[in-house]
Design a protein. Structure first.
Length: 379
């Protein structure tokens, strides 16, 4: 019987999670349409482009609201059991609250694990694709685009790259394709892990100080220069350390769009940090975000525990009329506001090196888990 009770509680919480998740997805979709709808309309995006863009950015936008879904789903799911006297019947059968919610807490750990990989494998890559489509296909921007790196550069060159760090003046994963005089084919292809700006080096193309120096940071990756004289005369060679990248663009030419590290996947951000560190660039702020990306999904363990405890509390059970909804909603909004404020505050302290990146990332989870345990002990 007890296993049946536990399964029924999980079913009630999951049902509540799904319903609230659908509502919040609709809210997020409305916000996205409000913020990006003007861009889609003014740039005459087709229906297909608009739908593809929304499908691409919606997973990550809704991922931000995932802690809210878990807290509200747990609270309203348990509150529904209380108001229908089902929770009282479970207590009468000898089942305690701590025993009843044990499998639900295991479910919360699984949800946290799944949320991390959802962002890693689906949400972050899709959001990158969506932003690229917005800037290149819909807005049809020209110029070197941070993170998107597609343009007809100076001197009949096409430039593609993974990211540009303005503070460190470093380009990561750059590929330069120099075309023949009349666009009849590629004349030179350059591929390097990293290019860094040096104020003292003279650029052979301009004759002025300031040039990009190439650095093949990873010996296992592809770093090369290929000169193509004709279809039968192709000369590949490895990149020499501190070799000058033959382009005329300066750091001022890079800078229309920058991908926020928060929007990156863990693997994408980790690679950026590794490449920046190989060039002795400062990465403390990115290290804090990297640790936060691992810790944030597991906040749902603490929030679900808090929601279950509040949902089973007599404080909410006795409310009548509009208070039956407004009181639980007010508690959820208050807890979520406090959680996001503490999380952002700790993240800022981690970026300022007041707290270590690990502590700044996990401290909010520990604090709220402690609060949930206190509620459970007092229930």
């Amino acid at each position: 019987m007890f296993n049946l009770i536990q399964r029924y509680v999980i079913y009630s919480v999951l049902k509540s999670l799904i319903l609230i998740g659908m509502v919040l997805v609709a809210v997020v979709l409305t916000v996205v349409l409000t913020s990006d709808g003007d861009d889609l309309y003014e740039n005459h995006a087709t229906l297909k482009q608009s739908l593809l863009y929304l499908v691409a950015v919606l997973p990550q936008k809704t991922f931000i609201a995932f802690p809210a879904v878990c807290l509200m789903g747990a609270l309203f799911g348990m509150l529904g059991l209380s108001r229908h006297n089902e929770l009282v019947a479970m207590y009468s059968a000898g089942a305690g609250l701590r025993w009843i919610i044990r499998p639900t807490l295991v479910l919360s750990i699984i949800l946290g694990f799944g949320a991390f990989y959802w962002n890693e494998m689906v949400a972050a890559p899709l959001s990158l694709w969506g932003e690229r489509m917005m800037n290149s296909d819909i807005k049809k921007k020209t110029g070197v685009l941070k993170e998107y790196g597609l343009l007809r550069g100076k001197g009949n060159r096409f430039i593609r790259y993974q990211s540009f760090d303005r503070k460190a003046r470093v380009i990561l994963d750059i590929e330069v394709r120099e075309m023949q005089a009349h666009g009849s084919g590629t004349r030179r292809l350059i591929r390097a892990d990293l290019a860094r700006w040096d104020e003292e080096t003279v650029n052979p193309l301009t004759g002025e100080k300031g040039a990009w120096l190439l650095d093949p940071t990873d010996p296992n990756s592809e770093n090369y220069i290929i000169d193509i004289n004709d279809a039968w005369d192709i000369t590949p060679r490895p990149i020499e350390e501190d070799e000058v990248l033959l382009i005329e663009e300066t750091p001022d030419d890079f800078g229309v769009i920058e991908r926020n590290p928060i929007e990156m996947s863990h693997a994408e951000l980790k690679r950026r940090i590794a490449l920046l560190e190989s060039d002795q660039a400062q990465t403390l702020d990115l290290q804090a975000i990297l640790k936060f990306k691992v810790a944030a999904p597991y906040s749902v363990v603490a929030l679900i525990l808090i929601g279950l405890c509040f949902g089973a509390s007599p404080f909410l059970l006795g409310r009548e009329g509009a208070a039956r909804f407004t009181y639980p909603l007010g508690i959820c909004l208050g807890i979520l506001g406090l959680y996001y404020a503490i999380s952002l505050g700790c993240l800022g302290l981690g970026q300022l090196n007041v707290l270590s990146p690990f502590v700044s990332a996990w401290l909010p989870n520990v604090l709220f888990l402690g609060f949930g345990i206190v509620l459970l002990v007092r229930s």
